[in-house]
Design a protein around this ligand. Structure first.
Ligand code: TUI
Length: 312
């Protein structure tokens, strides 16, 4: 029986690469799509012309379907969406907001729309607005996060909507994949593990920080400003903590983060760079090609299910 997500997106494996700002370039997206998953270019906070160039570049690197993740808190979200509608990648995923006002135009352009949500209410709203599938992201994820864990969010979203659900947050090996399917998801979205892919062009210091991370190293800052972000603990996250404890102004706290992703991704600044990563960073121990990562994420999922049967 064919998997619903594979059928919907025209891909071989139900593995979607997370839309990580800066990290998810055309190179990474094309590599994941070439390996049979769905690669996503992350628009992040980039201006529209940069996103257009990335889409064009991805087209030179793959003839498979790929998508663009549009970060809705970006000041360029409207222009980026316009470019995406013109360029027509197979899929648009969205994060950090409500994409409702763009859905009709995306559908008209023949683009599949996969909103990332962190609550049941938002999942229902997105289904009503015409989303083709829902990416339910738990708080284990890296970057901007909601409050619920993948374990409790996914089954509730599965029960609340009739479109397919993709589980995200905390999935980095085939046990996580099996668990996501057990919770009722039809696919997985994986971000952090793909930072440590051969094809990811992030600075090697960023990759090494993920490889070195232990269980409690992916910490949350920015809860007080209403935009919590999970990143690997470093000088920057400790500075955030200090300012938040001292009740510093919103602007002062926000200012600290400006350019943080660029410092981490491009300069390899592991002190003051924002090393966004999920809790699963602790489970990532080697750099592999995307094709090997996808193979490992799907390895023996059926025998994991058989193992459960033997236990009960
Ligand atoms: O969007 C993400 N993760 C991200 S975005 C990002 S870029 C950034 N950089 C610095 C500060 C903030 C962001 C890094 N990581 N994940 C998907 C996600 N979306 N998680 C939670 C949500 C979400 C939150 C609220 C989705 C919808 C939503 O709706 C609110 C409303 O009612 O409009």
């Amino acid at each position: 029986m064919e998997n619903k997500i594979c059928k919907l997106l025209g891909i071989k494996y139900p593995v979607i690469q997370g839309g990580m700002a800066w990290v998810a370039t055309a190179e990474l997206a094309a590599a994941v799509s070439n390996a049979g998953g769905l690669g996503l270019i992350a628009a992040g906070g980039a201006p529209a012309d940069v996103v257009r160039e990335q889409i064009k570049k991805a087209r030179t690197l793959t003839d498979k379907p790929f998508g663009v993740n549009v970060m809705l808190m970006s000041p360029f979200a409207d222009e980026v969406m316009q470019v995406v509608i013109e360029e027509k990648p197979a899929v648009v995923a969205t994060g950090a907001g409500n994409p409702g006002k763009y859905i009709d135009a995306l559908k008209e352009a023949g683009i599949k729309i996969l909103p990332v949500i962190a609550s049941v209410a938002m999942a229902k709203k997105m289904e009503k607005s015409g989303a083709d599938a829902i990416i339910a992201e738990g708080t284990e994820a890296g970057g901007h996060i909601g409050e619920l864990t993948t374990m409790v969010l996914v089954p509730q979203v599965v029960d609340a909507v009739s479109v397919p659900v993709i589980a995200a947050g905390g999935i980095a090996d085939s046990r996580g994949t099996a668990a996501a399917f057990a919770l009722g998801a039809d696919g997985i979205q994986v971000g952090t593990r793909f930072i440590c892919s051969t094809e990811c062009i992030a600075h090697e210091n960023y990759k090494n920080a993920v490889l070195k991370a232990k269980d409690r190293d992916a910490v949350v800052t920015g809860r007080s400003t209403g935009a919590p972000v999970r990143a690997l603990k470093n000088k920057l996250t400790r500075e955030y903590e200090r300012l938040e404890k001292a009740n510093a102004s919103f602007d002062e706290i926000e200012q600290l983060g400006v350019g943080g992703l660029r410092r981490a991704f491009a300069e390899g600044d592991t002190d003051m760079g924002s090393l966004m990563a999920g809790q699963s960073a602790a489970m990532v121990s080697e750099i592999l090609p995307c094709s090997e990562i996808i193979k490992d994420l799907l390895k023996d999922v059926k025998s994991i299910a058989d193992g459960i049967k033997e236990k009960i």
